[in-house]
Write a protein that binds this ligand. Structure first.
Ligand code: PMP
Length: 389
């Protein structure tokens, strides 16, 4: 038999990646103390977390989690349709729908699964799926799995999106975009995309993983900030593991969309429901995110502080007004060296390299949180300026 050996092939790909200096390294965090982490026995100030509002360790969330675990146990024990759908899930779905101004919402165990579920349910062979080139990997993977024809447009370029929609004018079409781009921090031209989709009869889906909790009135996200509602953006997806500090995700939209997903979203049907205690903690997180605006204001003040300080030091950040503030480096090795030099000074700022970003676009992804202080940001900027010199 002459079949290729799959494990040998995997090892070969890994060796190639190592040779290119792009091997990813899994590191174990030994402790978390506010914005600090302990890695390899060293305490580092982290600018890597997506805990934008500083809720992941909030005592009220921890208490809600523990209390709900006492009541419900740890696991949901089954898929939603087979007895795993607990009152905690139901209440959270109602609260998420109300927050985002949608008729209904449906929980998923992760954002990755939510995107697989929604695109898989909506799209069929021969349909058209138009996506921003910088969309999150889960949207790209979801489209590929769905069997639809995937056409990607130039980042945030509505004309390019229009050209892609026109390539298959007769096919059912869905256009998907991140609301806030995960590695760039910029925001999609949401109003223009909504107008485009309306004109071309395409369904619009926005993945607001990094906008929910951070942008918009009561933190309802980038779509709400743009003044768009359910008719403009019929499919809204967001995650619960970022600004809300917990884990999981949801899709929100019309009752008929959600009913359809319950029937056909395989990533919702064929998987264990999220632990109900997580749903309970998320409900508390939602209330805090919604009704404690000072966290968002604090985050915005830190963003302004970082950007002003960077400008004063000649450090050019990518244009962004969200918690994600990347410093473009370009070369992968240089980005890794910069991250290592920062780590030597006590800062954890991960280098993002290909294939997560395009070749030549390696960067440091600085993520701010309401847990940071101005002094912490100043310290980071001073160190960055020193190691960049
Ligand atoms: N969409 C976007 C835009 C993301 O940044 C992420 C998380 N990196 C996901 C989806 C996936 O979410 P989760 O981590 O919950 O699987």
């Amino acid at each position: 038999m002459n079949r290729p050996d799959l494990l040998a092939r995997l090892a070969h790909s890994q060796a190639e990646r190592a040779e290119a200096g792009l091997l990813r390294r899994l590191r174990s965090v030994e402790q978390v103390q506010g914005p600090h982490i302990v890695v390899g026995g060293r305490r580092l100030l982290s600018f890597a977390s997506n805990d934008y509002l500083g809720l992941a360790q909030h005592p009220r969330l921890v208490e809600a989690l523990c209390t709900a675990a006492q009541r419900w146990g740890v696991g949901a024990t089954a898929a939603h349709l087979l007895g795993g759908h607990r009152a905690e899930h139901e209440e959270l779905e109602v609260a998420l729908a109300a927050w985002t101004g949608r008729e209904r919402a449906l929980l998923f165990s992760s954002g990755y699964a939510a995107n697989l579920g929604v695109l898989g349910a909506l799209l069929r062979d021969g349909d058209l799926c138009v996506q921003d080139k910088l969309n999150h990997a889960s949207l790209i993977d979801a489209s590929r799995l769905s069997g639809a024809t995937l056409k990607r447009y130039v980042h945030n370029d509505v004309d390019s999106a229009q050209r892609q929609l026109q390539t298959l004018p007769e096919q059912a079409a869905l256009l998907a975009s991140d609301g806030v781009f995960s590695m760039d921090g910029d925001i999609a031209p949401l109003r223009e995309l909504a107008t485009l989709c309306r004109a071309h009869g395409a369904l619009l889906q926005i993945d607001d993983a990094h906008g929910l909790g951070v942008l918009g009135p009561e933190g309802a996200g980038s779509v709400a900030e743009a003044g768009l509602d359910q008719t403009d953006v019929p499919v809204l997806m967001a995650t619960l593991g970022k600004a809300l500090g917990v884990a999981g995700a949801f899709v929100a939209g019309s009752a008929s969309l959600i009913d359809g997903l319950v029937q056909f979203a395989r990533a919702h049907i064929y998987t264990t429901a999220m632990p109900p205690a997580l749903a309970a903690a998320t409900r508390v997180a939602l209330d805090i995110a919604r009704f404690e605006p000072w966290r968002r204001e604090r985050l915005q003040a830190l963003i302004r502080h970082l950007r002003h300080g960077a400008e004063c030091r000649g450090l050019q950040l990518l244009p962004s007004r969200t918690a994600i503030q990347p410093l473009l480096v370009g070369d992968s090795t240089a980005a890794l060296r910069l991250a290592q030099a920062l780590e030597a000074q006590g800062y954890y700022v991960p280098a993002i390299r290909p294939p997560t970003v395009a070749a030549g676009k390696a960067r440091l992804r600085i993520a701010l949180s309401a847990l940071h202080t101005e002094a912490m940001v100043e310290g980071l900027l001073d160190s960055l300026a020193a190691v960049r010199a």
